[in-house]
Design a protein around this ligand. Sequence first.
Ligand SMILES: *[C@@H]1O[C@H](CO)[C@@H](O)[C@H](O)[C@H]1NC(C)=O
Ligand SMILES: *[C@@H]1O[C@H](CO)[C@@H](O)[C@H](O)[C@H]1NC(C)=O
Ligand SMILES: *[C@@H]1O[C@H](CO)[C@@H](O)[C@H](O)[C@H]1NC(C)=O
Ligand SMILES: *[C@@H]1O[C@H](CO)[C@@H](O)[C@H](O)[C@H]1NC(C)=O
Length: 482
Amino acid sequence: MEMHTPFLLWATLFTGVISSGPVPRKLFGEIRSPNYPKPYPNNNISSWDIIVPKGYVVKLTFRYFDLEPSETCFYDYVKIRADKKSLGRYCGQLGSTTGNHPGRKEFVSKGNRMHLSFHSDFSNEDNGVVVPYRGFLAYYKAVVVNCGSPAKLTNGIFSYVNKPANNTYQSVITYQCNEPYYHIVTRGGGDRYTCSSEGTWVDRDGQKRIPACLPVCGKPDNPVIGVQRIVGGKKAREGNFPWQALTEIHGRGGGALLSDRWILTAAHTIFPKGSARNNVSLDELAKDASIFLGHSDVEQIIRMGNHPVHRIFIHPDYNPNDEHNYNGDIALLELKYPVTLGPTVLPICLPDTSNTTFYMDGYMGYVSGFGVEKNFLSNNLKYVQLPAVSREKCQSWLDSKKRENPMVFSENMFCAGFLREKRDTCQGDSGSAFTVLDLESGRWVATGIVSWGIGCAQGYGFYTKILGYLDWIKGIIKEDTL
Ligand SMILES: *[C@@H]1O[C@H](CO)[C@@H](O)[C@H](O)[C@H]1NC(C)=O
Ligand SMILES: *[C@@H]1O[C@H](CO)[C@@H](O)[C@H](O)[C@H]1NC(C)=O
Ligand SMILES: *[C@@H]1O[C@H](CO)[C@@H](O)[C@H](O)[C@H]1NC(C)=O
Ligand SMILES: *[C@@H]1O[C@H](CO)[C@@H](O)[C@H](O)[C@H]1NC(C)=O
């Protein structure tokens, strides 16, 4: 048996491994069955390896094809293989019903090789009559690899490094995220992708997976400036608190955006204390809930449209029937669709585990909300600056109220505010975040959730201490974006 491998030599010349003398630039050729155009001999086995330069694929068609027809091409046949896969077994004559004639079919490899094998058996007889079959004539050509348009990156773009921009072999692109609202996370192989000889865009490590654009938290374009003094609050300017959500579940509430499709809020905005409607299912509540984001004017934010809720998660410690204990007053709303981040819609960061700095007595924070002001629901986002207060002061103030059924002040709460000044959060602010500016990282961090108080602007307000619920939050939001 003799192997025909002239094409291997030719390919070697082309790729320049042997580079003396003029290099043939023929990127095509033909393959003939033994003795073609005369009939092929019996008992012949021949095979051909077509190898074209890297970055090209092989495209092959038959110009002429005439082999002894048989059921499943059992006797005489041509087999084609590429990329460790069979591209079929062929025999027969144009128009014959037995066999498997290739017709005008184009055979295309994914890599730069194709293998053809020919086999004839001991006879070409049909009912004792010898029939001569002429075999085949095949043409092939090398076609430059095309990777197609690169995959689109959500919240980012790709751009071509090479000019002219094209999607062919060795073309290079880079991915970028829409900064500063998203940051890029690559798979370890960088943000540059090259069109490979396999026809796929791959990074430096040869990986196909494209990067991701993850939300940047706690970095508003337009933060509140300086020390400024909801009841007695200031009107927020656009983009001061881009994480602020307006919720309509049981009346007006607030929330804070985490990542790009989660709203952190208070459980009692979903199951108010002592409400008769608390047997409504979470699914029904999710369907009825309205969530608004992206503006500090109530009319405008509502006009911008509702963000439908997919699922609601309420902390298991929250008891809607105990009006004296707001422990576990925390909930998460998962939006059906992620929001596109920008100057007026941006998530807030969560605190670091086990760092209690932000809860120290006197540490200043901000609470924003669309809540009640002078007995009316506010038309604007308002904010107040309030200091966190030590547990001892909070507790003794509560004790001084001498109520018959004292409110529980659990470890999962903190209080903030002033005793004498009329600055506090109120109804409608429930669920909004208590935020602090972390001077070290320059990021805004949510440390609390507006939970409960005794009247409005009368002494301290009480907040869910987010630090105590980080594991619960992260257990539900299983994203690496917090
Ligand atoms: C097949 O035919 C070719 C061309 O006639 C010949 O060179 C080759 O030796 C044959 N191979 C076998 C196995 O008979
Ligand atoms: C594609 O771009 C590469 C490099 O920029 C260039 O060499 C090649 O000729 C281009 N191919 C086509 C088909 O334009
Ligand atoms: C919920 O409770 C109210 C009264 O407590 C009752 O009338 C209503 O049928 C209940 N709804 C459901 C869905 O169980
Ligand atoms: C806690 O956070 C504050 C503010 O970022 C920082 O100054 C302090 O070093 C942190 N403490 C620890 C123990 O990480």
